[in-house]
Design a protein. Structure first.
Length: 235
């Protein structure tokens, strides 16, 4: 069946942080009296993030979701600094940190994101985002100037399921009345993006700058705009 839609992950696929996350956390923490290196902060972030519960709140609605999102992040960041002892000004620090990552100028589009989205739009394909980000994503997409290129945005905290759960992919497909064989998903994580999309029946594409070639059951691309070749081949 012909390809009708391409869905993308958000952070790490369409855009990235202007500074490494660990570096941003560390620089800001130092101003509030907590000194941990950027490298160590990044290591702790990866560990805490990978072991955190899904950023998804089944049954929650509206402002309740935003409160739960903020609490989820606050607990994760607290865990990052637990090994360093008391953090007296943590609440002040977290408020600034959470606000910082809500701003579009804290993020940067990859240099081929706009070209890719515009070309896919000309092909009359449905373009969407499926992300484990929180509600701040909508403002970021607006600020980066790509909301108008998207037909839908599904985030885990609102859907109630996070990747790799198949339900978040099914929610996006259902929204557009598509079958999984009509859609492709592009992301940068084998554990959440590729595993989830594959289980949901979508064609899975890994954005991997190293572009390692192997015997994977999914496709690897080195740059986002390589999706255009895949779209032409599948059309």
């Amino acid at each position: 069946m012909a390809l009708k839609a391409i869905f993308f992950d958000a952070a790490g696929t369409l855009f990235t942080s202007v500074r490494p996350v660990g570096e941003s956390y560390a620089l800001m923490a130092k101003r509030y009296g907590m000194e941990v290196s950027g490298a160590e902060t990044a290591r702790r972030f990866r560990s805490c993030f990978s072991s955190a519960p899904p950023l998804a709140f089944p049954g929650a609605t509206g402002e309740q979701i935003k409160e739960l999102e903020r609490s989820w992040w606050k607990e994760l960041v607290q865990r990052i600094y637990e090994p360093s002892g008391p953090f007296a000004r943590f609440d002040e620090y977290f408020s600034e940190l959470f606000g910082y990552f809500s701003k579009a100028d804290s993020w940067s589009l990859y240099d081929d994101t706009i070209e890719t989205l515009l070309t896919l739009r000309k092909k009359k394909l449905i373009i969407g985002v499926i992300s484990n980000f929180d509600s701040r994503l909508f403002g970021i997409l607006d600020g980066l100037g790509i909301s108008s290129h998207l037909d839908s945005v599904h985030i885990s905290s609102q859907v109630g399921y996070a990747k790799p759960s198949v339900e978040i992919f099914q929610a996006a497909l259902s929204h557009h009345r598509l079958g999984p064989e009509q859609a492709m998903f592009v992301g940068d994580s084998t554990e959440t993006d590729i595993a989830g999309a594959t289980r949901a029946g979508l064609a899975a594409v890994l954005l991997d700058p190293s572009a390692r070639r192997g015997t994977d059951s999914f496709t690897r691309i080195g740059r986002l705009k390589e999706v255009l070749f895949l779209a032409n081949r599948s059309g």
